[in-house]
Each structure stands twice: as structure tokens, then as C-alpha cells.
Design a protein. Structure first.
Length: 331
């Protein structure tokens, strides 16, 4: 089976690629924004810039049985987000219809597409989508392009990923980086100042996300157009931060800036997110296998090797970390 992974050097893409390498009789063509592989060999693909016709020629050369699109941007201005998260999937679908119409497409979407959740409830795939801000809106546009493409395609709406390699563009990776800078501080004056941590989020281990992508790309028969991939539980962000601080041996104080300038405005407006993951269990036999404690342990043991948050096919760029939570994820 020939599986083309786009965004393979990004946070989620690296884990997806690693899981695929363990499959027997699987070939993974090299692809990226610049020539890759030994001697510069490989497929040059840039979803933010390639025309459908050019991309179709490249895909015809690759002749994939399946494509997993992990490419995405979590930060940047509205133009960058639109080019990568909205235009990218649309161009990919158009090119696949020309070059490999029978190939399965697995596209990684985002729970941010749902927007604010109702406290105490879990959102299903049929719920209304009301994203706040350019990130959620552009991810939703990408999902619409995939689900309306007529291809054998599924969108995995991923919650807030956490675990080894988490980049500093997301809250868990950012807090881990700050804790490493602080060291095992115990002095009364040692303080970690963050934004408002009162929101609830659905965290899912990056390795579980990768396993879901592999199950989706190898599943027999048609799949539902959208599947939620999350932890299935709402966790207060404050609790995650304190769990990670305990793991790091941090003895100082953690203070939250709850004022109008503290943290992310989007996070304040989205106080609750939690996904119903029943459909993923029914369609893929998938449920999370890592607890949040295990994910944070792996993140801390990773030693701060997380990469950036934008990958349009295979190139990482790192943006400034924030203490916000809505949209603090990759892709």
C-alpha cells in the first residue's frame, strides 16, 4: 500500500509517519515543500501555493493508494491560515480527483471548528459549527472542502493534542518550556505567570491521534465524513498546568492573569470544549489508550524537543507560544 503523508515533519505528522513505518507492505513516498530524500529526490508539494494541475501531476507520479493530510497552520495572520488550512485541502481534493480519484483521503481537522461548547455536554459530529477566529474558521473551510469533494475521505476532528514533542506554540509545550527554564525552583519569590486557565479542554495524546489516522487510512469500506478524535473528557486547563508543574518538581507559585489582557481572547470566549468520541469507536474501534498523566509524563521526559506549529507539507516554523487554549494545537 502506497501512503502519502503530507505535513510529515510537523507535530502530528511525525507521529503519524512513525506509526505507518511499522505497517507491513507499506511504502511511504518522500514529499515536502523542497526536494527531500537522498540526493534531493522526492516529491515537491506545497499545498499553500501549488495549482491543482501542478499538484495533480505530482500525485500522478506518486500514485498513492491513500493520502493522510497532516499539513496545517495553527498561527500566523488570516492570509497564512487561509492559504494553508482552507486553500490547501481544497487544492488537494481537486488534484486527487484528477490524479488518484480512488485513493482514500484522511484529513486532520480541529475541534476548534465547533466553537463554544455547552458546559457539561459532549459535542457530536452532527453538532452545529460556530468557530471563533480565523483558525477555527479556516479549519472548518478545509473540512467542508474534503467532505464535499466526492472522494473516499474522512476528516478526523482532533482535540487538543498533548504528549511527546508538543511544540511551544501550544499550551502544554509552552508550559513545559517555561518550567524547564525555571528548573526545580522552590523559592517563595519564584513565580510562573500565565493567562486565564479556567477553561475546559479535551486533551488527547498525540500517539493516539496517530493511531486513529492509521486506522482510518487502512479501514475497509467507506467511513463517516467526520469523526471526533479526543480524550472524551473535559479537563480544566488549570489542572493540566498543575499536573505538569508537579511532574517537573516545580515548587514556586503559579499565578493567572485573569484581566482583559491575560491569555487569549478566544480562550475566554470558548470556556468549554469536549468531544463525544463514540462514532470513532464504532467506525474504527478506536478509543484513547493513554491517560493524561501518561501524556504529560511523556511530554516532560521528551526534554523539550518539540518543533513548530506550521507545516504546509513538510517544513516546520515556530511561532510565539501563548497561554491561550482555543486553537492551541497542530495541525
Amino acid at each position: 500500500m502506497r501512503i502519502l503523508v503530507l505535513g510529515r515533519t510537523g507535530y502530528l505528522g511525525r507521529h503519524v509517519f512513525a506509526h505507518l513505518r511499522g505497517l507491513p507492505d507499506t511504502h511511504l513516498p518522500e514529499a515536502g515543500r523542497s526536494s527531500t530524500g537522498a540526493g534531493g529526490a522526492g516529491l515537491r508539494i506545497d499545498l499553500a501555493a501549488d495549482s491543482p494541475d501542478r499538484l495533480a501531476k505530482t500525485l500522478a507520479e506518486a500514485a498513492p493508494d491513500a493520502v493522510i493530510n497532516c499539513a496545517g497552520a495553527t498561527g500566523g495572520d488570516a492570509v497564512t491560515l487561509a492559504e494553508v488550512n482552507a486553500r490547501g485541502p481544497a487544492v488537494l481534493c481537486a488534484a486527487l480527483r484528477q490524479a488518484a480519484p480512488r485513493a482514500r483521503l484522511v484529513h486532520l481537522g480541529s475541534a476548534a471548528e465547533y466553537g463554544p461548547g455547552e458546559p457539561g455536554t459532549k459535542v457530536t459530529e452532527t453538532a452545529a459549527t460556530r468557530p471563533l477566529g480565523a483558525y477555527g474558521a479556516t479549519k472548518l473551510a478545509g473540512t467542508v472542502a474534503v467532505t464535499a469533494s466526492g472522494l473516499d475521505a474522512v476528516v478526523l476532528r482532533v482535540g487538543n493534542p498533548v504528549g511527546p514533542g508538543a511544540p511551544p506554540t501550544g499550551l502544554p509545550g509552552r508550559v513545559a518550556a517555561l518550567l524547564r527554564e525555571a528548573g526545580a525552583a522552590t523559592g517563595a519569590g519564584t513565580m510562573l505567570r500565565l493567562g486565564d486557565l479556567s477553561a475546559y479542554r479535551d486533551f488527547v495524546d498525540v500517539r493516539d491521534v496517530a493511531r486513529a489516522a492509521v486506522l482510518a487510512v487502512t479501514a475497509a469500506g467507506l467511513l463517516p465524513p467526520v469523526l471526533n478524535i479526543g480524550g472524551g473528557e473535559a479537563v480544566r486547563v488549570r489542572d493540566l498546568v498543575h499536573m505538569l508543574a508537579h511532574r517537573a518538581g516545580f515548587g514556586g507559585r503559579i499565578e493567572e492573569d485573569t484581566g482583559p489582557t491575560g491569555g487569549s481572547g478566544r480562550s475566554a470566549a470558548v470556556s468549554w470544549q469536549c468531544s463525544d468520541i463514540t462514532a470513532a469507536d464504532e467506525a474504527l474501534g478506536w478509543r484513547p489508550s493513554y491517560t493524561l498523566e501518561e501524556s504529560l509524563a511523556a511530554l516532560w521526559a521528551d526534554g523539550g524537543t518539540g518543533a513548530g506549529g506550521t507545516d504546509t507539507t513538510g517544513k516546520d516554523t515556530t511561532g510565539k507560544g501563548t497561554t491561550g487554549t482555543e486553537g492551541d494545537r497542530s495541525p
